[in-house]
Design a protein around this ligand. Sequence first.
Ligand code: ZN
Length: 188
Amino acid sequence: MRNIIRKYGDPILRKKCQLVEEVGSAERNLILRMFTIMREHEGIGLAAPQIGIERQIIVIDTGEELLDLINPQILEERGGDSLTEGCLSLPEIFIPVKRPARITVEGLDRYGKKVGVKAKGLLARVIQHEVDHLKGILIVDYANEKRMGKVDHLLNDLAHQSKMLIDIKNKSGRLNSTDRRDEKMGGQ
Ligand SMILES: [Zn+2]
């Protein structure tokens, strides 16, 4: 399996992602690639920064509902519940997160058309998790002190691995060429 998912400690996961100004074939291809990567890693949601792309794009497949959104904006939030969440960027770490139970989200579809989605249950939760990624927010930010104490050593390990990967990348032309491809896609 390709080890393409950026993990905790990679600075891109803390960046505020850029709005997508034009939606074209590059964005459609990126969305398809994101669906493939998400499924390869058995995820139910993926945000572009998790594969090193600083743009506001998310994809979701809860098993019941499929959704991809560009520049998603949560407009309404109602109710609230708590559920333990995981994240492809934080393997083996699970954090109970309180979130609004029902939301209305707006964004663009893969053809650049404005869409609005009313969501509840798991879909609402995954949308909020992925929108958080676009703002540089991770599930550990919701952890209380006790939970943080339990996952601290895992976070340190991940941060250490991410740092090593970045060091290797900086030294390796082969991996840099992959990054250049992503940057080019980001510029279109
Ligand atoms: Zn995540």
